[in-house]
Each structure stands twice: as C-alpha cells, then as structure tokens.
Ligand binder design. Structure first.
Ligand code: UDP
Length: 254
C-alpha cells in the first residue's frame, strides 16, 4: 500500500505531505493533552469537531482578508494547507483574565482586562513553553521587528473577528492562542495565521452561565468536553442538530 509521507506529528495533529508541492495535509487526532502531555486521553470525535470548527474560522478569516495557511477541508479529519515556516511562538491574546495570567498576577478569573493583551511564549516542550518578551524574540532571531508588527496586527484582527463571531452566538471569547508562519510565494514572503483555532486553543465561556466550552473542561476534570465542543459547533451552525461524531461501529485500524 502506498503510504503518505508523514512530515511531523504533534500532540493533537499530524502533518502529511500534500498532493502538490507547497501543500500539506493537516490531520486532527482525537488526543486531548494538557500540562505538556502529563495528562493525556483519547476523546472520541474531538478531531472531527476541531477540524470542522477550525475550518469554519479559517475560511472566514480568508474571506475577510486575514491571510491563513488554510486552503480547504478534505474530509472529516483532514484539511489541505499551505506549507509555511512556523515561527516558534505561541501568540496569546487575552480579553478577560484567566489561566496562567490569573495565576501569575493574582487577578481573579473573569476580570475584564483594561484592554486586550498580547503575549508571546517560546514553543519548546522541554522548557514548558516559557513566556518571552519582544526583546527575546528579536535578540534570538525567532522573528524580526517587522515580523512582530505583522504578527501583532494579525493577532488583533483575529481577536476582533473572533470576539464578534462568538458574541453573536452567546459566547465570550476570554483568550486564545494562534501560531503564525512565513509563507513564501516566488520571492515574496508574508506572515499568515497557521495551525488551528478551536476550543482546544481558545477559552470560550457561555455569556449567560459562564459555563466553560473549551479545553479547560479537560484540564480541570469538569467532564463533558465533547458535548461542549459539539455545542460550540452547533451554535456556529456547523453541525446539524442530529449529527454525531462519535463512532459506534467498527473503526479503521491505523
Ligand atoms: N493555549 C494553547 N496552547 C498552549 C498554551 C495555551 O492553545 O500550549 C491557549 C489556552 O487554551 C488559552 C490561552 O492559550 O486559551 C491562554 O492560555 P494560558 O496562558 O492561560 O495557559 P494555561 O492556563 O492553559 O496553562
């Protein structure tokens, strides 16, 4: 059997060689991980939901002129993307205090921030992704000052779009993480939004009840993670009311 060439395998996704040069296939796994892989579980159907939710968001970002790596969804678990050179930073945008910011600065979770805040974390599992400043980013050559400007402007535009999108379906966008990459076209390079945007990488709270509809359900052992992701998809109009993503029948051995 002709097997696709695997380029990279991360905690939640696999990248395969794409059908044409300059493309890759991004495959969403069902693995849920937290605390740098110390907590790990298989959540049947999570990959399908994240593929669909991320597709929906990236499609809209492309439509409104925010460049991304996304080309099109291929099937339940996979999407075709442009090959980019990933910048080794997790770019976090926060609107409301939560998670590590609350812990670090002693600000109660749920406190609205005076303005949106952008933070950079250096992507290095062995170091637990330490927070870094723009000084570190430029001094160590992870990105140039111009690239940092581009990344921050993308992050703000994504935040504006996502805040409105989720507010429209009764969800508060507390914070989220994006990754950016350099996309080369002929001699031209531009920074694009890469990776995924899904309830795995956002904090999403129900406007009315403050119920968590994101990966904190898993991190904090609250249960009901798949149901919460399904509800996000349902509110965005992605999944049909009766559509289910869990497999009750036989499963392909991989
Ligand atoms: N985040 C992520 N991947 C990471 C770390 C954080 O997607 O490796 C997201 C996380 O889901 C949240 C935001 O970035 O929406 C801010 O996370 P925080 O710094 O509060 O970290 P945590 O509390 O998850 O350790």
């Amino acid at each position: 059997m002709n097997r696709r060439r695997r380029i990279y395998e991360g905690k939640g996704k696999i990248l395969y060689e794409g059908p044409e040069p300059g493309t890759l296939v991004q495959h969403f796994k069902d693995d849920a991980t937290a605390f740098n892989n110390k907590k790990h579980e298989i959540i049947d159907g999570k990959g399908v939901l994240n593929n669909r939710i991320s597709e929906y968001i990236f499609e809209h970002l492309n439509t409104i002129g925010i460049p991304t790596h996304f080309i099109r969804r291929l099937n339940m678990r996979e999407q075709l993307i442009r090959e980019v050179e990933i910048i080794p930073l997790e770019v976090v945008v926060r609107n409301v205090a939560a998670g590590s910011l609350s812990k670090r600065l002693g600000i109660d979770e749920g406190t609205a921030l005076p303005r949106s805040i952008i933070e950079f974390y250096y992507k290095a599992d062995e170091l637990d992704d330490p927070m870094v400043s723009e000084e570190h980013v430029t001094a160590f050559g992870w990105a140039t000052p111009q690239e940092i400007d581009d990344i921050m402007s993308l992050a703000i535009r994504v935040n504006d779009f996502l805040t409105g999108l989720f507010l429209g379906v009764g969800i508060r966008l507390v914070d989220f993480k994006i990754e950016c990459g350099r996309h080369w076209e002929n001699e031209m390079m531009r920074i694009v939004v890469a990776d995924e945007i899904s309830p795995d990488s956002c904090r999403l709270w129900d406007i009315e009840t403050n119920d968590k509809m994101d990966k904190d359900r898993f991190r904090r052992d609250l249960g009901g993670m798949l149901e919460a992701y399904q509800e996000v998809a349902r509110r965005l109009g992605i999944m049909n009311e009766n559509e289910t993503v869990t497999h009750s029948g036989p499963r392909l051995v991989q």
